[in-house]
Design a protein around this ligand. Structure first.
Ligand code: NAP
Length: 452
């Protein structure tokens, strides 16, 4: 295979780690990374919370990968729209889909589409300045919010809603979100889980931030932190240190801060069954649950006991699904691209030359670093198939040249560096690491205008 030519769709962590694994594997490999936005880094730019800047430092690793010989970045090209998946595949030996999990999950309950009810997908992308969500109408003119789900995204959303906006000023939070949060009247957030604290998906480090939350009284009902024998068996399992640590943190809540101006209530064993309101959300109705089943297989079952909580904002942080891309097979249950060890499959047969990595492969789980091992594994599968891969019909340049000659603006990594420089300069004058450009037209303009 001389040289091996691979396209990667998506420029988040799993895409960059796949590029690194490919470029380290052989001298004669070229990697073209396609990104639908003019800017790279996917989840790191648009998913990581603005008050977690350390997690964003990984972009310097990605920038070094982009500098490796054989790497090219093609931003502002939407695979599936600007270039069909079939056509892309014909120009490369292999295509790796590293396009994450961008589709929201629904609760499937009445009232879910009322104004004031948001998916985490929309809400997180809004405060992070994603161009598709910059104009989302987020109304924070209410006292109480309900955040559904007990994973780290729910923690991010609750923290952003409850933090003193002054503490967000020096972050890269989108300007429109910062202004909205400054004017926010929200003082209470209910963080609602359908199972017990033993099954909460928080990581202890992220949950621990709530123990020292300034000016916020964080509580969990002690009665809800008492576990039944099956939950005790789960938390006693040697592999379940995170659940034990979470419980300890939850039990430490509420000891101080009762004079604080904001409140965060962790609530367990409650299933949302209805959002109430006429024009907009005014309340959420929750059904009390019990758990049935053996350790690590416990499911919640409604008890028929209901309570209604008044709230003007609901954010559903209940996971994500992979978006539909042409006819690529998506597993209905898990929401990922159907694959076996990263090789895409349809009706149990491999789709030659097509691979997946990251959240598109395994679903939305793990940390940013988890994607490294995942992408290495996918690249190993690809390299072990290398002799059966079909040679490209034409040079990859044909693809982008035809787009260019049709007037399509393509953003290379050097162009991104110009956008980056503009954002950094705009941010510096405000004491922020960057002031994100949130319109695609502004990004394209910045790529054009500023000499490096
Ligand atoms: P997650 O960890 O899978 O949590 C999803 C939550 O939603 C669970 O509590 C789940 O409860 C609940 N849920 C799902 N369907 C529900 C329904 N129909 N009704 C009520 N609750 C429902 O997902 P995530 O919070 O979106 O996070 C995705 C990944 O990103 C995770 O790996 C997370 O750790 C990572 N992340 C990391 C950071 C960080 O490191 N700082 C920040 C953000 C995200 P059940 O358990 O009962 O299904």
């Amino acid at each position: 295979m001389n040289p091996l030519r691979v396209a990667i769709v998506g420029s988040g962590p799993s895409g960059f780690y796949a590029a690194e694994a490919l470029l380290r594997a052989g001298e004669d490999t070229s990697v073209d990374m396609y990104e639908k936005l003019p800017v790279p880094f996917g989840l790191v730019r648009y998913g990581v919370a603005p008050d977690h800047p350390k997690l964003k430092q990984v972009t310097s690793v990605f920038s070094r990968i982009a500098d490796m010989p054989g790497f090219r970045f093609f931003g502002n090209i939407h695979i599936g729209r600007d270039i069909a998946v079939d056509r892309l595949g014909r120009h490369y030996h292999a295509v790796i889909f590293a396009c994450g999990a961008e589709r929201e999950r629904d609760l499937g309950i009445p009232g879910e589409s009322l104004s004031g009810s948001h998916s985490a997908r929309g809400f997180v992308a809004w405060y992070n300045g994603h161009p598709d969500y910059r104009d989302l109408r987020v109304d924070l003119d209410c006292d109480t919010a309900a955040v559904i789900g007990q994973g780290n995204v729910a923690l991010d959303v609750a923290r952003i809603l409850l933090k003193d906006p002054g503490d967000l000023q020096a972050t890269d939070i989108a300007d429109h979100a910062y202004e909205a949060l400054r004017a926010s009247r929200i003082r209470t957030v209910h963080l609602i889980g359908r199972r017990s604290p033993a099954q909460a998906r928080f990581t202890p480090r992220e949950l621990g931030e709530f123990a020292g939350f300034e000016d916020c009284h964080v509580t969990a009902d002690p009665a809800e932190l008492r576990l039944g024998p099956v939950c005790e068996a789960e938390t006693g399992d040697p592999r379940n240190a995170a659940a034990r640590a979470n419980l300890q943190i939850l039990r430490s809540f509420g000891r101080n801060g009762n004079l604080a101006s904001r409140r965060c209530r962790f609530r367990f064993m409650r299933n949302p069954v209805r959002l109430g309101g006429t024009d907009r959300v005014e309340s959420i109705t929750l059904e009390r649950n019990v758990l049935t089943g053996g350790p690590f297989r416990q499911k919640c079952v409604g008890t028929g006991a209901f309570e209604t909580v008044s709230c003007g904002l609901v954010v559903r942080c209940i996971g994500y699904r992979t978006q539909r891309l042409a006819d690529l097979p998506v597993d209905r249950k898990t929401g990922v691209l159907k694959n076996r060890s990263g090789r895409l499959i349809d009706a149990n047969k491999p789709l030659p030359g097509l691979y997946a990595t990251g959240w598109a492969k395994r679903g939305p789980s793990g940390t940013i670093g988890t994607n490294r091992g995942d992408s290495v594994a996918t690249v190993e599968a690809l390299l072990s198939d290398v002799h059966s891969l079909v040679a490209p019909v034409a040079d990859a340049d044909d693809l982008v040249d035809s787009l260019r000659s049709a007037g399509h603006r393509i953003i290379g990594f050097e162009d991104w560096k110009r956008i980056d420089a503009v954002e950094a300069a705009n941010g510096a004058s405000l004491g922020k690491p960057r002031q994100k450009l949130t319109r695609i037209t502004d990004m394209l303009e910045a790529a054009r205008a500023v000499p490096l």
